[in-house]
Design a protein around this ligand. Structure first.
Ligand code: GDP
Ligand code: NAG
Ligand code: MG
Length: 245
C-alpha cells in the first residue's frame, strides 16, 4: 500500500509513547489537534502509556472525553516495557496509512508534522526524518554532556555506517505504515539505539528518506531517561551493526 497525492485519502496515526508525562500530555495533544486540524489532515493520536505512576493515563482519559474516542486512542500497558515495543503495540491499532512517531515531552513541536507531510509528498518518500543537524534545525536546553553524546553518536554512526540521514538518534519521524512495520521487524535493538537502527535498516532496504530541519527543545517537565547504560548500549549496538551489515 503506497500512498501519495491528495490529502483526502491519507490518514496520519500519531504515536505518543508516555511515561510520566502528566504535565505535558494535555499541551502536546492540544497542539497536535490544533495544527493537524488547521492543515486539514485526517489524523488520530494513539497514546501508549506504560503504567505511569503520575496519572498520565487518567489525564489521557479526560482528554479522550474532550476530543473524542476516534481522535484519541488509548493503548495502555501494565508496566514500563520500553519504547521499541511501545511503537509496535501502538501500530497494531493504527488505522492510518501513515505513522508519525514523536515524543510526548514537548521536545518535538507538532507544527513540524505538516512540514513532514509536505516533504513526504514531494517525492513519495518512504520515511521522513526530522533532523537537528541541517538547515534551520537545532537543539535547545541541553547541557554540554548531552550535546556531546548526541553529536558523538551521530558522528560515529556516520563514520561507520554511512546511513544517508543526518540525524540518527532523533525520534521525530513520519513513516509509511507498511514500511515502518517492515523496519520494526528487521530491528534487533531496543531503547535509545532503536531510532538509529531504524534509519540504518531503512537505508539497507533501499527505502527513500527525506529530511526536514527541526528544533529540539529539552523537556521542561519530568526527567529524561538517558543515562550511562543507554550510552554503552548505543556503542555496543553500533559496533554490532557495523560488524553485521
Ligand atoms: N510507553 C513508554 N513510553 C516511554 C518509555 N520510556 C520513555 N517513554 C516516552 O518516550 C518519549 C521519549 O522519552 P524521553 O525520556 O523524553 O527520552 P529523551 O528525550 O531521549 O530523554 C517520551 O514521550 C517518554 O514519555 C517507556 O518505557 N514506555
Ligand atoms: C538495494 O539497492 C542496491 C543497489 O541498487 C542493490 O544492490 C540491493 O540488492 C538492494 N537491496 C534491496 C534489499 O533491495
Ligand atoms: Mg525527551
Amino acid at each position: 500500500m503506497s500512498a501519495s497525492g491528495t490529502n483526502s485519502k491519507n490518514k496520519y496515526s500519531i504515536l505518543l509513547p508516555t511515561y510520566n508525562e502528566v504535565e505535558n500530555l494535555p499541551i502536546i495533544i492540544y497542539l497536535i489537534v490544533k495544527y493537524m486540524s488547521k492543515s486539514g489532515y485526517d489524523h488520530e493520536i494513539i497514546v501508549i502509556d506504560d503504567g505511569s505512576p503520575d496519572g498520565t493515563l487518567e489525564a489521557a482519559k479526560q482528554l479522550q472525553n474532550i476530543y473524542g474516542k476516534d481522535k484519541i486512542v488509548l493503548r495502555p500497558r501494565e508496566k514500563k516495557l520500553g519504547l521499541g515495543t511501545a511503537y509496535i503495540h501502538g501500530i497494531q491499532h493504527a488505522t492510518g496509512n501513515f505513522i508519525v512517531i514523536m515524543d510526548a515531552d514537548l521536545s518535538h513541536h507538532p507544527k513540524a508534522i505538516a512540514d513532514f507531510i509536505k516533504k513526504q509528498q514531494e517525492k513519495d518518500y518512504d520515511v521522513v526524518s526530522g533532523t537537528r543537524y541541517i538547515g534551520g534545525g537545532g537543539v535547545y536546553g541541553w547541557d554540554f554532556k548531552r550535546k556531546l553524546v548526541s553529536r558523538g553518536a551521530n558522528f560515529l554512526t556516520q563514520l561507520l555506517l554511512r546511513p544517508g540521514a543526518s540525524d540518527l538518534t532523533g525520534s521525530f519521524r513520519l513513516y509509511k505504515k507498511d514500511v515502518l512495520e517492515t523496519l520494526i521487524k528487521s530491528c534487533v535493538s531496543k531503547g535509545y539505539v532503536f531510532q538509529m537502527e531504524m534509519i540504518i535498516r531503512a537505508r539497507q532496504l533501499n527505502y527513500t528518506i527525506g529530511e526536514v530541519p527541526i528544533t529540539f527543545v529539552d523537556r521542561l517537565y519530568g526527567e529524561s531517561k538517558l543515562g550511562g547504560t543507554e550510552i554503552i548500549q548505543f556503542v555496543r549496538a553500533l559496533l554490532y551493526l557495523f560488524a553485521t551489515t
